[in-house]
Design a protein around this ligand. Structure first.
Ligand code: PLP
Length: 514
């Protein structure tokens, strides 16, 4: 059995959603715009799915439109807002029109802002709202900039880290500002109450395939009275707000998922999901005693864990998990081919090694307890194997790699293990001139070990000597004592093992970056 733990990228389709889609494609294939019996049947299904969506989202007023997914919803919302800002500016040249978006938004948001700003020739300023190290928006910054904002985009929960935005705090920071507010709610559906109707949220896009419906269907909520410009015009479908014959199979499937949400039996409670996450975190701790979680659990979706393992690169972890039939992601699936470190983790200010080594593990709200047990067992098994092999091979690093490590990781420690009478120039000494170093001759190593073992798990310790042999012994000893992030600087004439590159985050190309 494969263990799929990449639910934030996409989910399988729920059996009842599959059945609903098949029924529409076989018997109930009418066009909801037709006025004969078959069309009326399709119309009834469409109306029923929308009514369920209204109840699940608790939005009795405003529009709920079926779309092709969240990217379309985001573009529709941004277009609508920017057309309104153009009108406001025509009426008043001093009207606030800055476009602000959370620095950790899904790329669809800044891309849509840039696209429509350019296409409409508006020339609005576009700026990211900074986030703190916990991934949450800097509310003081937002409060300061809100008065000049025309549109503010802040996601409800982050797809990479699971960090839940403080929507109440954001609303308070918006204060008296006239800014329109877009909340990308993709990752929140089914996991988090949104209270859209109780907040001044103008637009909230959703995506079916993140919650057990097929790809290619989604929803867009538009607050009553919020400006709206259709992205598509044509045959007048969706009250002429979104033309194009409806994706009835997708809508039927999404309707079935929403029915399941409303019924409350298929998806697990918040407490049950939190218990699953606690078990997964504890399995990760057993497999990798130095695992570092990249976002605080108490403000994260209960279904997402983003972590890094000091000394083990993201692609090495992914390969080990993959081999065990255990599928996780090195970041968001949309950017997986772009070989860039995560913009989300970078915005949070994580050290380069931690951002480059990050793994996202996300499960679905319908995943059962047995499934989580099996996932835990595979984490422990594949993790233990990986640590053993990486400990055996990833000891040596080049001077360039060591230099990057020292530069990128302020807590890194450089240690000269030569005896006091050896003062020949070597690559390590050149690094010591730049970064400083501790002196700990190998003969006195044991007296220094306790201090290094007190270092945080994510503090790399790089040993050097003349030949690379004593430094390798020192690094191996420290690893055996439990500090995984221990390295030996290999002189140029002793090139490091190829595998060493895996252990040097700032030099390694993450295999599955965002
Ligand atoms: N917003 C967030 C937070 C997402 O996670 C995604 C998908 O990865 C999207 C938007 C885009 O959704 P869709 O695939 O439905 O276009």
């Amino acid at each position: 059995m494969d263990i799929y733990l990449d639910a934030n990228a996409t989910t399988p389709v729920l059996p009842q959603a599959r059945a609903a889609a098949l029924a529409v494609m076989s018997a109930g294939y009418g066009n909801p715009s037709s006025i004969h019996g078959s069309g009326l049947q399709a119309r009834a299904l469409l109306d029923r799915a929308r009514a369920t969506a209204r109840r699940v989202l608790a939005v009795p007023a405003g529009q709920v439109l079926f779309t092709s997914g969240a990217t379309e919803g985001i573009h529709t919302a941004v277009l609508s807002a920017l057309v309104e800002l153009r009108a406001r500016r025509q009426a008043d040249a001093t009207a606030p029109t800055a476009l602000l978006y959370g620095a950790t938004e899904h790329k669809a948001v800044p891309a849509a802002l840039k696209h429509w700003n350019q296409l409409l020739g508006l020339g609005c300023s576009i700026a990211p709202i900074p986030v703190g190290s916990d991934g949450r928006h800097d509310l003081a910054w937002l409060a300061e900039h809100a008065p000049r904002a025309g549109l503010v985009c802040t996601m409800a929960a982050n797809n990479e880290t699971g960090v839940i935005s403080d929507l109440d705090g954001i609303e308070a920071a918006l204060g008296q500002s006239q800014a329109l507010w877009l909340v990308d709610s993709v990752q929140a559906l089914g996991k988090l109450p949104l209270n859209l109707a109780g907040r001044r949220v103008d637009y909230a896009p959703f995506s079916g395939h993140k919650l057990y419906a097929p790809k290619g269907v989604g929803l867009l909520y538009v607050r009553e009275g919020a400006p709206f410009t259709p992205l598509f015009t044509g045959g007048g479908q969706e009250g002429a707000q979104r033309a194009g014959t409806e994706n009835m199979a997708g809508i039927a499937a999404l309707g079935a998922v929403l029915d399941a949400l409303e019924e409350g039996k298929t998806f697990h409670s918040l407490a049950a999901l939190q218990d699953c996450r606690r078990r997964l975190a504890s399995a990760l701790h057993s497999a990798f005693p130095h695992v570092v979680f990249n976002a605080p659990a108490d403000i994260c979706l209960p279904t997402t864990l983003n972590f890094s393992v000091p000394g083990v690169a993201s692609h090495a972890l992914q390969q080990a998990f993959d081999a065990a039939g255990f599928f996780v992601s090195g970041g968001s699936a949309c950017g997986a081919a772009s070989a860039q470190p995560s913009h989300v983790l970078e915005a949070m200010g994580l050290p380069a090694w931690q951002a480059a080594g990050a793994i996202r593990l996300s499960f679905g709200a319908a995943d059962g307890s047995d499934f989580i047990d099996e996932a835990c067992a595979r984490i422990v098994a594949s993790g233990a194997l990986l640590v053993a092999s990486s400990t055996a091979t990833d000891l040596g690093i080049s001077a360039a790699q060591a230099g990057s490590l020292m530069r990128d990781t302020p807590v890194a420690v450089l240690v000269d293990v030569r005896e006091s009478h050896e003062r020949d120039r070597c690559e390590g000494a050149a690094l010591a001139d730049i970064f400083g170093c501790q002196s700990a001759p190998l003969s006195e190593l044991s007296s220094h070990l306790p201090a290094w073992l007190e270092l945080p798990a994510d503090a790399p310790v790089v040993f050097f000597c003349q030949s690379g042999q004593r430094s390798a012994r020192a690094a191996r000893t420290l690893r055996q004592q439990g500090h995984a992030l221990s390295f030996s600087l290999q002189p140029a004439s002793h090139p490091p093992a190829v595998a060493a590159a895996r252990a040097t985050p700032s030099q390694a190309q993450p295999a599955h970056p965002r």
